[in-house]
Each structure stands twice: as structure tokens, then as C-alpha cells.
Design a binder for this molecule. Sequence first.
Ligand SMILES: *Cc1c(COP(=O)(O)O)cnc(C)c1O
Length: 365
Amino acid sequence: MEKKKIYVTEPFLPPLDEYTDKLKSIWQKNRLTNDGPLVQELEEKLAGRFDVDHVLFLNNGTTALQIAINILGLKGEIITTPFSYVATTSSIVWENCKPVFVDIDSETLNIDPAKIEEKITPSTTGIIATHVFGNPCDIEKIEELASRHNLKVIFDAAHCFGTTYKGASVFNRGDLSITSFHATKVFQTVEGGAIFTGDDKVAERVKYMRNFGHDGFGRFNGVGINGKNSEIHAAMGLCNLKYIDEVMEVRREQCQYYNSRLDQITGITYQKTSEDACVIPAYYPIIFKSEQKLLRVMNALESSGISPRRYFYPSLNLLDYVEGNSMPVAEDVSVRILCLPLFHNLKRSEQDLILEIILKNMDLE
Ligand SMILES: *Cc1c(COP(=O)(O)O)cnc(C)c1O
């Protein structure tokens, strides 16, 4: 039998019969999309879970970012982090704004608030910061800077399902927060994303914007795009919600196990998480002393059928479609950081295999 490959992640899937039951209800109603009952139910359940006034379910997290930039009227320069998934930067460029990078803190891996102010110019209109690997940014500092300079704040909270900051969901923060429900995230709807806001007016605009601006038949309220999501996707979300607490708990245990075995070795460091936060692990990143050491461990894992992921790599200031000032910290971290496999069905024996390979290859100096 061919050996099973171990990927960096695998989606959690609900029991198939529970999903097909939901599909039956869709077949009975013959309603597939356009703000259907399952989309509404999912939005209500998520709003309740996170204690946010409005959750707008969208077709993915990237559309959520683009709508967020558009709705807040951001123009000109947007201050952002070079250490995130490419969508954080590309959506700024897609919305015809200029990303202005501010380097990250070497311990938290989030945008360094102490370096933001020097990058603010008369053209700056907003800040888009990512809570990297679910670790909340220095939210108060960023919000304080933004209010002093009259800037809007968007938090890319794509990794933050379940993450709380000072006891409340991080989805409540900023002018608005966005997340992703992509198949690779802790909570998935196959493809999907959301905007979270406490502002009734913003929520209403998002509803128009995700639906071409339609205001009833033949009438339009502003320009829009198609950012809707479907009943089929909402059904996946509703089924997964039933299991999400268990999914989060298992990930925590898996991380604790990695920690307990890797703690013994020097030469690996970790992201420092905020003391005010409770982070649900979306990833298990480890930081090597050099890229050479990372490559040695990564190649050893790969040759045993294990695929970790260099995440985030490369540093986004190096993209060829942005103006690239050097970002020494992000460039240095991005070549030394590796995410180990972490997903619901990852077995203890598979973790042991991964750990053995790492431990063996760390000894060779
Ligand atoms: C996944 C992700 C996105 C994009 O979400 P999609 O739903 O895949 O479009 C944006 N930002 C970050 C930090 C992500 O990890």
C-alpha cells in the first residue's frame, strides 16, 4: 500500500449524512443562493457566537478585504504588514491603493506599532493589519494611532476563528474585521469569508455591495460586485459549527504535544503571543536559526512524505508589483519560519514521526 502523504493541513469535514440532510432541505426549497435561509441562519449563529452585531457572509476572505477597503473609502496609501498571506497586499493594489509596508515585531510577528507613525503621510487613509497566526496585534496602539491621524483600521482576522482578546472576539475590533472560511482554515465553508461590524450603516452597504448594488428589481444603490455566498456553502458551515468546539480543542492538544516534545531542543523559537489573548491555533509555526537549517529539516520531512509549508514566504514587500522598501525583520523571519502539519485528523503517531525527523535533523550541526 502506498504510504499516505501528510500535508500541512486537511479540512475538517462533518459526517456526510448530516451534510446530505442539509442538502435535502435545499432541494426541497429549491433555493440555492441570494441571501437564502441557510446563509441567514449561519450569519445569525456566527453573530451570536462572537457577540458581533453584524456578520456578512461573503464568497471568500479576499472579496471581504476588497469590499472592506472600498466601503471605508480608502484611497492613496494604506499602511500594512509585509508578513501575511498575499491577499492582504494584493487586495490593496486591486482597489487601486498603494501598500506602504511597516516592518513587523520580531517576536509577535505582527506589524510593529512603534514604526507606523513615521510612515504616515498626508496621503495615508488607512491601516490594514493581520493578526498573524491568530495572535492579536497591539490593537489598542493601532486604534489609538488611527484615531489621532484620522485613519480607518481593517483587521485581517483570517486566522482568528475562536480567538479572543481581553475576553471578547477579535472580530469586534477596528472599523471592521474580515475573516476567511476557506477549506484550509480552522472553520471552513469550502470557500467563504465574512465582514464583521458593529456599524449598522456599514452592514447595510456591504449587503448592497455584495449583491451588485441591487435595491429590489431594476433599482440600484451604488456600485457593487458579486460577493454573495451560497446555500451549499452555508450548509457546510452550519454542519461544521456543531463540531467546531471539538475541532478547536483537538488542535490545542496537538499543539501542546508538539510543544512538549520540541521544548527539549534549542535552535527553535516560537511566535510570542499576546498575554491578553486566547488564541485558537490555526497553524503550528516554528522558527529556525537560519534558512539553511529550515531547508535541511524541510527536505528531510519531504522525503518522508510530509509536507510542511513555508508560511508566510516570501515577505510581501518583495512582490514585483509593489514598491519594495527593504523590511529587514519580515525578510529575515520569512526565510526561517516553517508551519508543521496541524489538522483534526492528524494522528499522534504521525506527530511522532514528524517530531523524530525534526529532532534527528536538529542534532546535526
Ligand atoms: C486565507 C487568508 C486570506 C484570504 O482568504 P480567502 O478566503 O482564501 O480569499 C486573507 N488573509 C489571510 C491572512 C489569510 O490567511
